[in-house]
Unconditional design. Structure first.
Ligand code: PLP
Length: 451
């Protein structure tokens, strides 16, 4: 299945958007606006598109990348679908644990893991920790000694590959904050090789294999193939020249999804076939046994399933310049336009049969001109109270949400056949105030004077 937005909704006879057959007006009446709606069938179909491929050697595991979207209820869905979970912080790990996600299916990575996060990972026994830097090798070695355990680790390798995607989501290039760099020649001395030597020298750390993630929202098979071949050359070098008893290769995530009709994402099956073929061919050519292959998709699992509903609060038309429609959300619930100039499709969700004959720019409610959700999208004439649907918002929106301007986060619901359930309730002002503290000396109303 190709991840995309076109299959993301239905339309009633009177031109109203239905999500998993639920009328968007009823969803808003019940849960309020703005509202993030995740469609269960799409999430499950995407998970199943990945798990159908598991077991076709050498693909052995798929870890859902929690960073794309995570709540406890969503963890349960991923768990039910049989995938593993990739967490990159103590918060994501705590979320998984409180949703009874089995630690033996959890992998942890991140470029700045703290001691408490690593301690928690060791204490609960996550299955793998991806080591990102030299400091972490020493830190984890000490913590493992204190905890008297032998964690299985992977080394994150930065192969020097720059896929065609937004610069902020490129991660495999030489100039990257992530991982250990590999030189042009995978058997020449490099940071990645030095990391492997140090891990191999540790009495505590068990080197299981290599990890690599070249970036996100990638449409092209070529960089994935090149990364797999590059990693395999290094994998063979570690086995053959350093005697490393390694057995696995994790190729990270990165599969792009269709945001615009012109986008042409690879299917899940085609993407995994690219990785599989590259790994198998390289293994044969390098005379090593093929490693167990794993993948870490985030966006392609949850992105197409999400639609955010907003209510237009006001409009502003500047003749000959631009038409603005301001909604009750924005960069606080979806920072993707502000961060990456991302272009999500926008529809007038209760007026789908009307001609989209006017260009509108959809602005958010924050005190920031960059707080836009879309620029110049064709919609019918808009007015206050209209409902707008922003498509393909399941990934990297709610998980990147903020409380700028003390705007509260929207509710998130899971819409399935015949049911709609909360995954996260709407934040209240009390939720924000709960974290605040007034120092005692400021409580009285007196201002301290300098003596
Ligand atoms: C290490 C790692 N793995 C997996 C992912 C998931 O990537 P995507 O959501 O593009 O599939 C990311 C996201 O950037 C990542 O940093």
């Amino acid at each position: 299945m190709a991840p995309g937005h076109s299959d993301g909704y239905q339309v009633s006879a009177d031109g109203v958007m239905l999500l998993a057959r639920h009328d968007v007006r009823e969803l808003l009446a019940r849960f309020g606006s703005p509202l993030v709606v995740l469609q269960e069938e799409i999430v499950r179909a995407q998970c199943q598109a990945y798990s159908r491929e598991i077991g076709k050697a050498p693909l052995a595991r798929v870890y859902y990348a929690a960073k794309a979207f995570l709540t406890t209820g969503f963890c349960r869905l991923i768990e039910q679908e049989g995938l593993g979970l990739d967490v990159s912080s103590g918060g994501e790990l705590a979320t998984a644990l409180s949703a009874w996600f089995p630690p033996e299916r959890i992998l942890m990575h991140g470029n700045a893991k703290t001691v408490p996060e690593l301690e928690l990972a060791l204490a609960v026994g996550v299955s793998r920790i991806v080591i990102d830097n030299f400091a972490e090798i020493d830190r984890l070695d000490q913590l493992a000694a204190q905890a008297d355990c032998h964690p299985r680790v992977l080394i994150r390798v930065t192969p020097g590959i720059k896929p065609a995607t937004h610069a902020y989501v490129q991660t495999g290039q030489v100039d990257s904050k992530f991982g250990f760099n590999l030189g042009q020649d995978p058997s020449a001395p490099s940071a990645a090789e030095e990391a492997a030597r140090r891990v191999l020298a540790s009495a505590r750390l068990r080197l299981g294999g290599l990890h690599c993630h070249i970036g996100s929202q990638i449409f092209d098979a070529q960089p994935f193939e090149t990364a797999a071949r590059t990693l395999m050359a290094f994998y063979a070098h570690l086995q053959q020249d350093l005697g490393a008893n390694i057995t696995e290769l994790n190729m990270g995530g990165g599969l792009g999804i269709g945001y615009q009709p012109s986008d042409q994402p690879l299917t899940v099956a085609a993407h995994l076939e690219t990785l599989r073929t590259a790994v198998l061919q390289a293994a044969t050519a390098l005379s090593v046994e093929a490693p167990e292959l794993s993948d870490e998709p985030g966006r392609s699992i949850v992105g197409p399933a999400g639609i955010t509903l907003y209510t237009v609060q006001s409009t502003k038309q500047i003749p000959g310049v631009r038409n603005y429609a301001a909604v009750d959300g924005g960069m606080t619930d979806n920072p993707r336009h502000a961060l990456y100039q991302a272009r999500h499709p926008v529809l007038a969700a209760t007026r789908l049969h009307e001609a989209a004959d006017t260009l509108w720019s959809i602005s958010g409610r924050c005190c920031e001109s960059g707080d836009m959700l879309a620029k110049d999208v064709a919609l019918p004439g808009l007015q206050s109270g209209d409902v707008l649907a922003v498509l393909a918002t399941g990934a990297y929106t709610y998980s990147m949400a903020s409380n700028y301007n003390r705007v509260q986060r929207p509710a998130v619901v899971l819409a399935g056949p015949g049911r709609v359930d909360l995954l996260a309730r709407r934040q209240t002002p009390e939720d924000l105030l709960r974290l605040d503290h007034i120092p005692a000396w400021l409580r009285t109303g007196d201002t301290p004077h300098e003596s």
